[in-house]
Design a binder for this molecule. Sequence first.
Ligand code: PLP
Length: 777
Amino acid sequence: MSYNCTNILKWTEAQLKYTYDVTLQEATPQELHEALGEAVMMAISDNWSSSKKARLQQRKAYYFSAEYLIGRLVYSNLYNLGILDEMKQLFAAQGVDLAVLEDIEDAALGNGGLGRLAACFLDSAASCDLPLSGYGLRYKFGLFKQSFDEQGSQKENADDWSKYGDPWSYRRYNHTVKVKFPDHTVLAVPYDVPIIGYGTHNINTLRLWQCEAEEELDFNAFNDQDYLRALDQKNKAEDITRVLYPNDSTWEGKRLRIKQQYVLSSASLQDMLRTFKTAHGNDLSRFADYYAVQLNDTHPAMSIPELIRLLMEEGMDFEQSFSIAQRTFSYTNHTVMSEALEKWPLDLLGSVVPEIVDIIRRIDEKLKWEHPGLYIIKDNTAHMANLSVYVSTYVNGVAEIHSQILKDDLFRDWYQVFPDRFQNKTNGVTPRRWMGLCNPELTQMLKYRIGGDFLKDLDKLADLKPMIDDDMVRQFNAIKRQKKEQLCKVIAEKEDVQLNPDFIFDVQVKRLHEYKRQLMNALSIVDIYFRLKNGELPDFHPTVYIFGAKSAPGYARAKAIIRYINRIAKMINNDPAVSDKLKVVFVQNYNCSYAEHIIPAADISEQISPAGTEASGTGNMKLMLNGAVTLGTLDGANVEIAQEAGMENEYIFGHTVEQINAAKDSYYARGIYDTDSHLHRAIDTLVDGTVPTDDAQKELYHALLDGASWHKADNYFVLLDYASYMDAKLRVNHDYADRLAFGRKCLENIASGSKFSSDRTIRQYADEIWHIKPVRF
Ligand SMILES: *Cc1c(COP(=O)(O)O)cnc(C)c1O
């Protein structure tokens, strides 16, 4: 395996010389990143190519995802190669601090949890030698960059992530495919990103499609001196992969989105058919014997009709094509909330991909003939989740509780007919990025205690349990304190806010969504603020509440919540009466790299969605692995976190799924508001001028207490869960004071975290869904 670091340094210098005419010491961070990236790509080329060859004849799996929230690759690639520390030393000897690469932007080709999961899965598959390739889209602009203005409002800026280049992919023009639409044909050009396994030679591939025009320039128009029209085709093609849709857990019925989904589906399947023929010959009836495809939500579900269409084009009949598709695909569901489920109006879909609609109609007819009562098409609308359940081998949810809800609720009728199809695969996160890389201090301590390379076998964490003693707790507390100091520096620099590392760090970082209830957290902070000012909480341990979240640009309520939190932060941080007790900071542009700073410094992990709404969550797992206790509801993977670590090591509150279902029709939000004077006072700050208010904040107030005309108040049960939330929040604050007892809880969390490695998850997919085996060379 051993990579020669001295050579990589030499190649980096050579690259800098001939592409930029600068020395190592003169190079900008961007130039250094480009050159080092090129050098590493050169160093891995033999292993990458051997990895591909070794699996040519093997059964393989493909992950189809519209999103990959990759983050920054330079450190994680060096880390997985096992050369990060040595490279740092070699560069330091030349007077170059590799920390300058912190300036390199994240590759944010995803929104949140779903996209980050895809990235963690690729890391884990490569590290476990599993033959899994990724297919996705190479958006020119990833998720927008966020900043806050004077009013505290979110501003969005374009994320031109590859403007200085992209050393971590190779353009493979020779594998370009054509994708046809009624009015034009576009080229899908693949860019291959190496996925470097940790502690293995193996290197997998993520293939991202970029749309380009067949003819860049219309020469007739050009000769007519109509320069703009001459570029029409080019723009129309490139528009398709121009930008990532910034919605998380909300569906938006846009034409361009259909085009994106179809390009991902068609290009990837054409590529697989080509590869199949090269490796196994022209008998496509064996396609599903060699290939399994996992659909990451329904975004790539057009692959189902598209594979049937492509096989029929090759001369197969509908029934056989259907059967191959059904044996090829499996589908992961990520949400039960109706606003997130993709439902395409057939006339819209038909105007962009008419042949796909024809096939969906045939599939729907077959379904209705075989299983009256089930449907894909209803009211001239195609329900993509139903399509994905019908034409797949397995359907899975992403945490136990979520998979159960799929069987009980969302897919109840389907579960009656296809009981063996339904599985659970509880999500996970890669311990390389989310422990090894972001928390080397903790990793070092654990290595010393449990030995070996536990990042490759997270089950070893359990060995820690019998060893936890006061010494270890003190050592852990010292490391946590160190990570807080580091985060204070980052926040001082980025946000110009000074924090005190002696405070409790209470963290809620995730996309901004009403169901995630950042508003409930904010209201509780306002409540605590007023109580502190009244001297009601004499023993309150000083706490900083840290938020990080982007809102979809068109999501007015979410943006109003951001504004409100920024305004209460300003009020609290400027009030000398509480300055030794309370701080609130909403960091700008929360992304993977920011997460890598915040998560190791957290004491408390806020996971507070109403039970039954968060399918799994993965932020909760990252925080657990870094020794934060969970302040959370019995929702998603929180349930399993509490199971693994023990209820006594978490702070679980709120109504259960059953209790919410029982309460939701009778519960009266205003009744709670009228009787809880503390909550009453906190909610009033949305409208009473305590902080600057606006119409959107007033709308939030009415949504909590009165509801919009067409539905009930407080859809996410903020008032219903509030009392028990506040109780748990004050309990964890009180418990923190006993530093040894609290630190022990943190260590119990770490020692119980092995289930939440995505290595475990990906091995379950490999064994129970894809039926693939490791390939070593
Ligand atoms: C892990 C992660 C998420 C998902 O967080 P949840 O709390 O599970 O919603 C979102 N964004 C980033 C940048 C992440 O790293």
